[in-house]
Design a protein around this ligand. Structure first.
Ligand code: SF4
Length: 222
């Protein structure tokens, strides 16, 4: 009999195989926010280069970014690509942190989830994935982050072919307990699996989920 994977079963299988991911990789809240903005349309390696540039120049601080020369900040974040656009978004986010929280990141945790999400989504350049990453990893709000990796993996495994962000998020949140740690780790595990086996060109022959995967069963790959 064919085993039917569910959202929760997938989590347990990924966790059994990879262990703890401790995602999001960052030393502080502002670093997570910057990473969430810079990771749009690029891979994490490029984000790391940009974050290291900011770190090495003691610029991982919203007030410093607000007051530093535009060209210098752009030069630092350049490895993350679309640096003109990302610079503008970063400045808008820094202004938001300054005006809304006066730099007190603790307030991110206290604000109502829906209210904070609306405010974040009102910032030009902040989409749902970025807003939800900030909500979950900075404010510890139980919102499940959906990204291209999530869509790819659940669709290949035959769990859900849903492509719409809100609908897929609902499917995850409806099946899982509203647990910040679980959501944070699950997203990290998805990132890990998408990078290790379930890449654009998947390495199915070596994947520990191959025995249960629809994509593999349909022999879309060798
Ligand atoms: S078997 Fe292939 S398509 Fe399925 S989850 Fe593994 S890598 Fe992805």
């Amino acid at each position: 009999m064919k085993l039917q994977l569910t959202i929760y079963k997938l989590y347990t299988k990924l966790e059994d195989y990879y262990g703890k991911t401790n995602w999001w990789p960052a030393e502080g809240i502002f670093e997570i926010i910057v990473g969430a903005v810079l990771t749009q349309n690029t891979n994490w390696l490029n984000v790391e280069k940009a974050l290291n540039n900011l770190k090495n120049n003691c610029m991982l601080d919203y007030a410093k970014i607000l007051h530093e020369k535009e060209d210098l900040v752009k030069q630092m974040i350049r490895p993350a690509g679309f640096y003109n656009q990302k610079y503008s978004t970063l400045i808008r986010v820094c202004r938001f942190i300054n005006e809304e929280f006066n730099g007190n990141f603790e307030l991110l945790k206290r604000m109502d989830t829906a209210e904070l999400r609306d405010k974040l989504l009102n910032i030009k350049g902040i989409g749902k994935e970025t807003a939800d990453s900030i909500l979950l990893y900075c404010g510890y709000h139980p919102v499940f982050v959906i990204d291209a990796y999530t869509k790819r993996i659940v669709s290949r495994l035959g769990i859900s072919a849903e492509d719409n962000y809100d609908k897929l998020q609902y499917i995850f949140e409806n099946e899982l307990p509203a647990d910040v740690y679980l959501y944070a780790e699950y997203h990290g595990l998805i990132v890990k699996h998408a990078k290790t086996f379930c890449r654009k060109k998947p390495v199915c022959k070596e994947c520990f989920l191959a025995y249960i995967c629809e994509y593999k069963a349909e022999e879309k790959v060798g």
